[in-house]
Write a protein that binds this ligand. Structure first.
Ligand code: CDP
Ligand code: MG
Length: 833
């Protein structure tokens, strides 16, 4: 009851605040309030400027005059010395030689598919060809070209490049728009944006009014957003017969796309690359004189074979090394397609084989090899940073007069981006540590050496067990070839693959499209918010449709969390969730955190769940690390422990003691920094949705009301819930689907002998031999009663039925009555907003 009183008062307070700033809740037509300025600006994206004069002929005149101005500008630039130089560069790109053929195909067909090697000029030239030809034919002011990129960083860097090729500043005829950032002016006619931005534009403008060309880039990556966009665009084409659709791919498997669009024209741009010598792990090991020995290690996930390098052995002859590799591969069952053992070959951890090999190779290249930049493919941002720290400590690689060490990943700042394209001073070797972003979407010109770790972060989803994870996994053969190709752009190159040949042979030909290997909850929300009809019917029209079971799981989940009602229609909560580009469970926490004015800790939790765990657990100091973590725990919650650790770090940072604090407490400073910047990003997203007023500070409501935060956590993580049974010296956990489950050993709850709460909500479960829960928070009956499921949804009966499985005491009619009573009051409060 005391909790309910608090809920009442918070809700009352919040809603009365909201009603004074009217219209922030999205109504059924999904229009947004004018206070959400950046979204409003996004909606206006590419809307034609309505001239004041109403007469059509006056409007035509204005447009014609502007088009002529654009043409004059373009001509003037092309005649200028800088313009001529630029044109000369462009003319040498393979795409330029196909210019006329491409433009003719585009003018004669509604859909054209273009394939060509990375670096041949697809992204920078083709949108530009279209723009130039429109301007030359004096349609400049009328055309509006939209080019989507799967990643923010490519949208930004490419738009800047194209603007400079046109002798302009960004925001004149060329602009970009990504989430929370953009540069676009009145005269912007070519806009590079992320796929997500175009999908959001479709929310408010189903027919893409005013857009003349849509170019979807990097379709070979088969990202979920791109596959989704293609279904939407395929539906749109008959409604907009004059709209042109151009698809661009770096690989040659364009047939699939062509037949999807009823046999659309394919144009291939013939490319040219210099030969690249390929070296596999066997060769690299031989170079280094390392010896491989099988090494057994037990870890949390059961027994796993890791390999350890030992340097004591004298240099072996080639054949001996080769057979050592072979033996070890056999010992690790490498010939079988067993993902478990394949995973464990190169362990991307600063102390392990992968990092040491890279350091060795880089030193070797710097000392012995011909000039040329080095591109190192790593799995992710965190790996790149750890490797960078390690390399900076090396006397050769850390010497700024010899080496220019740069990083390239999706979340880097734009100022940092520009550096990777620049040529270093002579005598200095450029080394770029990159994620698979440098595989096809970003071209670094002067690369001669490539080091490929063979892995990329990839989500996988198992519909049968309804579990998913984001882990580094082996890349496909096509990706490995792409990576290798990066070395041969300016002269013959070298590529070092850090895995044996036989592992390469076992790679899949292509990577599975994302839509087939990720949970579909967010996608289903999008489908609903775009009002595209039945989810399963819509997805059955995809390029490759996901399993029916995966679709059903997603719909079921969305119903349970209250985003969809019984008829599969979006609820109010669902509409809000669709606006937040993150997992629905995280979105739910943010929304409730905003409503109950406790965003401060909730932002930390949500950001913490979106990055790599800030609590480190080094193998050899596990106990110490776990003890350090449990200092932050007073209340049976990993999530609240994270909040305390983060807040402690903020204080330490202020006193310039952040690193010391991290060191002492086994925390990752990188993760905490990432949490810090994500918090800000999430906060502006909430402002966009109108849930948080632009001018109210979020830093006021915390007051260390941990019960409230616990309730918010439960609201988000439900139905991830297990019951707790205390039996004297220990406790056991059970979930409905799995029966007995265990806690992951670094959970603060794993160190307790008793949990004085009946339930644990958890973030994730991982199935190995048993099912393990990760990141849990203990909650009481009343919290589960009020916050399990959805309080923003009126379906009390359905909710009760669902809860019934967990709460047997619902069978007691008086409790059910009480519950209905509470729900009615809450519903009334919400209605009266
Ligand atoms: O899209 P695609 O991989 O076919 O090539 P692109 O991104 O259009 O790049 C074409 C060429 O433009 C590259 O080979 C680079 O030489 C150059 N470029 C550049 O110098 N700076 C950039 N930011 C982007 C491209
Ligand atoms: Mg490209």
């Amino acid at each position: 009851l005391s909790l309910l009183r608090r809920v009442d008062s918070y809700l009352g307070e919040y809603l009365s605040q909201k009603s004074s700033t009217k219209g922030s809740f999205p109504d059924s037509s999904f229009s947004r309030s004018s206070s959400s300025s950046s979204l409003a600006a996004e909606e206006g994206l590419f809307e034609q400027q309505e001239p004041l004069a109403s007469s059509k002929s006056v409007m035509d005149k204005i447009l014609r005059r502007r088009s002529l101005q654009l043409r004059d500008q373009q001509c003037a630039w092309q005649e200028s010395p800088d313009g001529k130089k630029m044109l000369k560069f462009r003319r040498n790109l393979p795409a330029y030689k196909e210019k006329d053929r491409l433009l003719t195909a585009i003018s004669q067909n509604q859909v054209v598919i273009i394939s060509g090697e990375t670096g041949c000029g697809k992204t920078t030239q083709i949108p530009q060809f279209i723009l130039e030809s429109e301007i030359e034919s004096v349609r400049g002011a009328v055309c509006s070209i939209l080019c989507t990129q799967p990643r923010r960083i490519s949208a930004m860097s490419v738009s800047e490049r194209v603007a400079s090729e046109r002798g302009e500043k960004l925001g004149e005829s060329v602009g970009f728009k990504v989430r929370l950032e953009g540069m676009k002016g009145r005269d912007t006619r070519l806009l590079f944006c992320t796929t997500g931005i175009l999908l959001r534009r479709l929310l408010v403008d189903r027919n893409l009014k005013g857009v003349t060309h849509v170019i979807v880039d990097e379709i070979h990556e088969r990202g979920m957003n791109e596959d989704f966009l293609l279904i939407v665009l395929k539906d749109l084409l008959p409604r907009r017969p004059e709209l042109k659709l151009i698809l661009m791919s770096a690989t040659l498997d364009a047939e699939l796309f062509s037949s999807y669009f009823g046999g659309a024209t394919i144009i291939n741009i013939p490319g040219f690359t210099y030969p690249v010598r390929t070296h596999f792990l066997e060769y690299v090991l031989e170079m280094t004189g390392y010896r491989l020995t099988p090494y057994n290690q037990i870890d949390d996930y059961g027994q796993e074979k890791l390999w350890k390098m030992s340097k004591q052995a004298p240099r072996k002859r080639k054949s001996q090394i080769a057979s050592a590799v072979e033996d070890t591969l056999k010992a690790a069952n490498f010939n079988e397609y067993s993902s478990h053992t394949r995973e464990s070959l190169t362990c991307w951890n600063p102390d392990c084989i992968g990092f040491n090999l890279i350091e060795y190779l880089l030193c070797y290249i710097c000392e012995k090899e011909r000039p040329g930049a080095v591109l190192v493919f790593m799995t992710g941002w965190d790996d790149i940073n750890s490797l960078k720290d390690k390399l900076l400590a090396n006397p050769i690689l850390g010497d700024p007069f010899r080496v220019l060490l740069l990083t390239c990943h999706g979340s880097m700042a734009s100022s940092e981006q520009r550096l990777i394209f620049d040529e270093p001073e002579s005598g200095v070797r450029k080394i770029v540590l990159a994620t698979n972003i440098a595989e096809t979407s970003i071209t670094i010109n002067d690369v001669v050496f490539v080091i490929d770790c063979g892995k990329a972060k990839e989500t996988s989803y198992d519909a049968l067990n309804n579990t998913s994870c984001l882990l580094p996994s082996w890349i496909s053969k096509v990706s490995a070839q792409q990576r290798r190709g990066r070395a041969g752009r300016v002269q013959p190159g070298e590529c070092y693959h850090l895995y044996p040949r036989c592992v390469y042979d076992a790679f899949a030909e292509y990577q599975l499209p994302e839509i087939l290997r990720t949970p579909l909850q967010s996608l289903c929300l999008q489908i609903k918010s775009l009002r595209l009809g039945s989810i399963s019917e819509f997805l059955s029209r995809a390029l490759q449709s996901p399993e029916l079971l995966a679709v059903q799981n997603a719909i079921e989940y969305l119903k349970i969390i209250g985003a969809l009602d019984r008829n599969e229609d979006l609820t109010v909560l669902g509409k809000y969730l669709a606006m937040l580009p993150m997992e629905p469970k995280l979105g739910k926490m943010l929304i409730l955190g905003a409503i109950f004015n406790c965003l401060e800790p909730v932002l930390t939790i949500v950001a913490g769940l979106s990055v790599r765990d800030p609590f480190l657990a080094p193998m050899d100091k596990k106990d110490l690390a776990e003890a350090a973590k449990s200092q932050f725990s007073r209340d049976y919650s990993d999530h609240l422990a994270l909040v305390r650790a983060f807040e402690g770090w903020k204080v330490a940072e202020r006193d310039l003691a952040g690193y010391e604090y991290c060191w002492k407490n086994f925390l990752s400073a990188q993760s905490l920094k990432a949490v810090d910047s994500l918090r800000k990003e999430f906060c502006s997203l909430l402002k966009d949705t109108g849930l948080v007023d632009c001018n109210t500070s979020i830093y006021n409501g915390w007051g260390h009301d941990e019960h409230l935060v616990r309730a918010v956590i439960c609201y988000g993580l439900y139905p991830g819930i297990s019951s707790v049974v205390n039996n004297g010296r220990s406790f056991s956990l059970k979930t409905m689907e799995d029966g007995q489950v265990l806690l992951y050993s670094n959970s603060v709850n794993a160190r307790e002998s008793e949990i004085p709460y009946p339930w644990l909500v958890f973030n994730e479960k991982i199935k190995v031999n048993s099912v393990f829960l990760r990141d849990s928070t203990a909650i009481s009956d009343s919290v589960l009663l009020l916050f399990g499921g959805s309080i923003l949804q009126g379906d009390i009966d359905g909710h009760l039925k669902m809860m019934g499985g967990y709460l047997e005491f619902f069978m007691n009619p008086s409790v059910a009555d009480l519950y209905q009573c509470l729900r009615r009051e809450l519903d009334e409060l919400i209605q009266n907003k």
